[in-house]
Design a protein around this ligand. Structure first.
Ligand code: SAH
Length: 228
């Protein structure tokens, strides 16, 4: 059956990411084994859902490669109950993986956290909402259309902020909307190549950062991002 084939391919990919030392946190492993990536890619790429590569979504945008989703979730150090802001919903896949960690179905829903995810392209927000609905994540992820470089103040502060598009700098509103001791993971650099920056908020206005290595993302476009 087609479904079994995807389950087997998913297990094979996750096992490889574990062997390569990219996946370590049992919570991230469990979440990535559960979320069906094939449901978050356009129909014509379904058969390629478990190749460890970015794939096109709509409007020239992409769904990140599985190893990048794994790395970012590991660096975020997510836990049950966390309130997460994602900037760049895209397909909704990464938001679903985060939701599976902060609001697992086998834990009392009173302890669940929530994922707020912002997307600037309305068509992609619709695509993501449909994918999240079909896979059962719509009560754990709220998709908002807007400029995510401004954050999303109605639900702030956030325990974790995840930016899945490349920024010239860390947008100030995101630092403001991060909770004390909260963590942000964001690609910072040029439009072709970036460093994956991890920041921990150490005071009301300061974050301590380090680079977790090089990466390549589509540009973050907005008031505190790139202005094309
Ligand atoms: N996390 C996604 C992949 C995101 S690709 C997934 O799991 O599929 C990056 C996305 O960021 C694109 O969809 C792009 O439209 C969006 N984006 C770019 N600038 C943005 C901004 N200022 N606010 C919100 N979304 C933005």
């Amino acid at each position: 059956m087609q479904g079994d084939k995807f389950v087997r391919e998913r297990e094979r990919l996750i096992n490889r990411l574990i062997r390569e030392g990219i996946l370590k946190d049992p919570k991230v492993i469990k979440a990535m084994l559960k979320v069906p990536r094939e449901e978050f890619v356009p129909e014509k790429y379904k058969q390629h859902a478990y190749i460890d590569s970015p794939l096109p979504t709509l409007n020239g945008q992409t769904i990140s490669a599985p190893h990048m989703v794994a790395m970012m979730c590991e660096l975020l150090d997510l836990d049950v109950g966390h309130k997460v802001l994602e900037v760049g919903t895209g397909s909704g896949y990464h938001a679903a993986v985060c939701a599976e960690i902060v609001a697992p179905s086998d834990v009392d829903s009173k302890l669940w956290g929530h994922v707020y995810s912002i997307e600037r392209v309305p068509r992609l927000a619709v695509f993501a909402r449909n994918n999240l609905e079909r896979t059962g994540y719509s009560d754990k992820v709220t998709v908002i259309v807007g400029d995510g470089t401004l954050g999303y103040s109605p639900a702030a502060p956030y325990d974790r902020i995840l930016v899945t598009a490349a920024a010239p700098n860390i947008p100030k509103p995101l630092i403001e909307q991060l909770a004390l001791n909260g963590r942000i993971v964001i690609p910072v650099g040029g439009t072709y190549y970036q460093e994956l920056i991890v920041g921990v908020k150490i005071s009301d206005s300061e974050i301590k950062t380090y680079s977790a290595g090089g990466c390549v993302f589509v540009p973050l476009i907005g008031r505190y991002g790139w202005r094309f």
